[in-house]
Design a binder for this molecule. Structure first.
Ligand SMILES: C[S@@+](CC[C@H](N)C(=O)[O-])C[C@H]1O[C@@H](n2cnc3c(N)ncnc32)[C@H](O)[C@@H]1O
Length: 297
């Protein structure tokens, strides 16, 4: 955006200009994004923004809004600018150290809750690759008797997840551990009722062709699933059997075309009752599998 063109006198003019820049840059939902961004920049709600369209902007406000719009035009996702994303009806803090939680992942939470049932006894589950904490926090909120072991390789992601657990009053139910996949559970000899994960599952070679918001801004560690996208499932299929209780289960988010491959990996390790759950678009999105018995460590 050329700074010379940025001279809106009122909030309404700024909004109109932002919508037009975003439309030209083919940002999806340009009006919605412009409203959210300007409301954030002015420290008001969206309704508040719409009530002040005729207000004059101060020079400082004009400059701030210009900077925010330019940042969005570089491809930086709105959520990294505003520092928030809603998931499971809760407001999550997000930073560029974590994947922005996606609505599809709510299907994983729904599936895990259905498999757990009421869960009135205390039990441990794991959220492998906790990122912002979306899955761990939602599960802890829904099932107060659960203890969640939340692992991640990224210390910066764990810090964001801790902040979100505190924000939503479930810090006491979640143990955060830096480590590879389920190693923290293996090391602490924790037996798990369930292993949940939305692991990185994009084949390495596909990452550059993703939307620029994803490829250029979201952490590679949260996206890269190795050459065929299945690296983490392959290793999880082995490790989950070491820590699950008999009758415990895994519930994993997958890429739309990975259902068969991930099911086979878990079947090959001795998991049973493998299930594939489709999302609202009709794509395979969650794999579930039950661990029948113990395995020598
Ligand atoms: C796709 S993101 C999911 C984040 C969050 N659970 C969600 O659903 O929004 C995957 C996460 O796994 C973490 N991760 C990648 N490799 C890992 C590994 N080997 N062990 C543990 N965590 C890992 C990444 O740092 C990232 O936070």
């Amino acid at each position: 955006m050329d700074r010379w063109e940025w001279k809106p006198a009122t909030v309404g003019e700024a909004l109109q200009a932002a919508v037009s820049f975003f439309t030209q840059s083919e940002i999806p939902s340009p009006r919605l994004e412009a409203e959210v961004l300007l409301a954030y920049g002015l420290g008001v709600s969206r309704a508040g923004l719409l009530a002040m369209l005729r207000d004059q902007l101060t020079d400082a406000q004009q400059a701030r809004l210009g900077e925010l719009i330019q940042r969005r035009l570089t491809g930086c996702p709105l959520q990294y600018i505003t520092g928030r994303q809603e998931f499971w009806g809760l407001d999550f803090a997000v930073t560029p150290a974590v994947l922005i939680p996606r609505p599809e992942t709510e299907l994983l939470v729904e599936t895990a809750l259905a498999l757990l049932g009421r869960q009135d006894r205390t039990a441990w589950i794991a959220d492998v690759g906790v990122g912002s904490g979306a899955i761990a926090v939602a599960m802890a909120r829904e099932r107060p008797r659960l203890q969640v072991l939340a692992t991640d390789l990224s210390e910066a992601a764990l810090a964001v997840a801790r902040q979100n657990a505190k924000r939503h009053g479930v810090a006491g139910q979640i143990r955060f551990a830096r480590g590879d996949l389920l190693d923290p559970a293996i090391d602490a000899a924790i037996r798990l009722k369930a292993v949940l994960s939305n692991p990185p599952y994009i084949p390495s070679g596909h990452i550059p062709s993703l939307q620029r918001e994803v490829a250029g801004f979201e952490p590679k560690l949260a996206l890269d699933g190795g050459e065929d996208g299945l690296d983490l499932y392959r290793r999880l299929a082995f490790k989950a059997g070491l820590v699950l209780e008999p009758g415990g289960f895994v519930a994993l988010e997958i890429g739309y075309n990975q259902g068969e491959a991930v099911s086979s990996l878990f079947a090959a390790q001795g998991f049973r009752d493998i299930g594939l759950i489709r999302d609202g678009q009709g794509h395979d999105r969650v794999v579930t599998a039950v661990w029948p018995g113990g395995k020598e460590r």
